[in-house]
Design a binder for this molecule. Structure first.
Ligand SMILES: NC(=O)c1ccc[n+]([C@@H]2O[C@H](COP(=O)([O-])OP(=O)(O)OC[C@H]3O[C@@H](n4cnc5c(N)ncnc54)[C@H](OP(=O)(O)O)[C@@H]3O)[C@@H](O)[C@H]2O)c1
Length: 419
């Protein structure tokens, strides 16, 4: 694309994000970008734009030589993959917001970008309005990135905020999130953690050069969190958040997971309420930095899409520096997590799987324990997602080395003090 060439957009999707983008583009004439055609699924729906713009034939956009940028903001990951790959093969630049599609097909999309030389940008796919992908690519282009902790799903954060602060039930809070356009069309993607782990897989690529499929990452959502867990959190002056975390370990690998976590009052993430997202980055010399902004919604998400479109005017593409110019990191499964587990029936909790148990509480309806367990045990088994068990990480949950603790336990056992 020539410098500052006029951008002619073929837009796929006219829902929350697509319509938001269309409206924003009307207000930013300086961008010199126009929407030539919009492809949607259902021709019968009433639209807030001239009828002549709409089609249901994707080829009208993909084969139009005037269209040099395809913006894909639809809610069907399979169709999105087909659209994005065809567009790149047809030598068009692409902007996408489909984290599921991107995370599940990243290796193929990396190859395709290399082969075609076309740019694929997707800032809106992670934390919507927060420019975290470009920051990780450009600013944190070094080896000193110790950790990233983030709230990446606006919908679950909105639900948790409404439950904690307004005492709404889970169902009431979910309905509110859907009405406000924060929840995915299929809410299971949000509340079971799929959306968050898809985003996390993408961020791991830009942070550490890791290109794992989301299924390689330990995750869960918020649907198992029990009202009593919220009381426990409140009694400790903490909150429960769905936290995505990645942390460089002493062995040079990266511990990564997306799980509910207790966060202390002074934690940056505890300030993140409702549909907002937050990202805390800790690096070698700068210490902690915190990004905060709207992680969902029409205009906030469209603003990130707009920024990508604007970046295409000066030929911006992700260099995937951590992947191609550094030694990429690997995911580790060799670490332990300190977890809180609440449940009704102790028999369904395999206590022998814990390295040790630090706290135990038995209430009338529910009981809970705090203990240390290996990442592998959680990754390879599902008992902690079943039988009305709720698992929440404690603050600072990663434990790299348990040798000393094991030796102490052994010597206490030998002395007959502990069995
Ligand atoms: N909403 C957010 O806050 C947010 C934030 C970040 C990222 N995203 C991502 O952005 C994308 C769009 O989300 P959204 O909330 O805007 O979804 P949405 O409101 O449900 O709208 C989806 C749009 O896609 C169209 N569509 C579906 N399948 C299609 C196909 N095969 N061909 C052409 N159009 C098709 C639909 O057409 P009809 O109008 O005819 O039904 C609709 O206009 C998703 O990937 C989502 O994960 C959303």
């Amino acid at each position: 694309m020539e410098t500052h060439k006029k951008i002619t957009i073929g837009l796929f999707g006219f829902g929350v994000v697509g319509e938001g983008l269309y409206k924003i583009l009307q207000q930013t004439p300086s961008l010199n970008a126009t929407v030539k055609k919009i492809c949607i699924k259902n021709h019968e729906k009433k639209r807030n734009a001239p009828a002549s713009l709409f089609t249901t034939d994707k080829n009208e956009l993909l084969n139009d030589r005037d269209i040099n940028v395809i913006v894909e903001v639809i809610d069907d990951a399979d169709a999105a993959f087909d659209i994005v790959t065809t567009a790149l093969n047809n030598r068009k630049e692409v902007v996408s917001a489909s984290k599921k599609m991107l995370a599940e097909h990243l290796p193929e999309l990396l190859d395709l970008q290399k082969r075609t030389g076309q740019s694929l940008l997707y800032e809106a796919a992670v934390c919507a309005s927060i420019p975290v992908i470009r920051n990780l690519e450009e600013y944190y282009d070094n080896d000193l990135l110790h950790s990233i902790r983030a709230i990446v799903n606006g919908s679950t954060n909105f639900i948790l905020t409404k439950i904690f602060e307004e005492g709404l039930s889970f169902r009431q809070a979910l309905t509110l999130a859907q009405q406000a356009g924060f929840a995915e069309s299929n809410p299971v993607l949000d509340i079971e953690g799929f959306d968050a782990v898809n985003k996390w897989a993408l961020l791991l690529t830009h942070a550490y050069g890791i290109t794992e499929h989301p299924s390689a990452i330990l995750f869960s959502g918020i649907s198992n969190i029990h009202a009593e867990d919220a009381f426990v959190a409140q009694s400790k002056n903490q909150q429960i958040k769905l936290v995505a975390q990645a942390q460089k370990l002493k062995n040079g690998k990266v511990a990564a997971f997306v799980l509910p976590q207790f966060v202390k009052q002074e934690d940056h993430l505890s300030f993140v309420k409702n549909e907002y997202n937050g990202v805390e980055i800790e690096s070698g010399f700068a210490d902690k930095q915190f990004f905060y902004g709207k992680g969902a919604g029409s205009f906030p998400t469209a603003s990130a899409v707009l920024s990508d479109i604007s970046a295409l005017r000066y030929h911006y593409h992700y260099e995937y520096k951590k992947l191609y110019h550094h030694q990429p990191h690997e995911l580790s499964n060799d670490f332990y997590l300190r977890v809180f587990i609440s449940f009704e029936d102790l028999d369904v909790v395999p206590r022998e799987k814990f390295e040790w148990i630090e706290e135990w509480h038995s209430g009338e309806e529910r009981k809970y324990l705090v203990g240390v367990i290996s990442y592998d045990e959680l990754k390879n088994n599902n008992w902690w997602k079943e039988h009305k068990i709720s698992l929440i990480l404690t603050p600072d949950p990663v434990i790299e080395d348990i040798t000393i603790r094991k030796l102490k336990k052994k010597s206490l056992e030998l002395a007959g003090i502990f069995s």
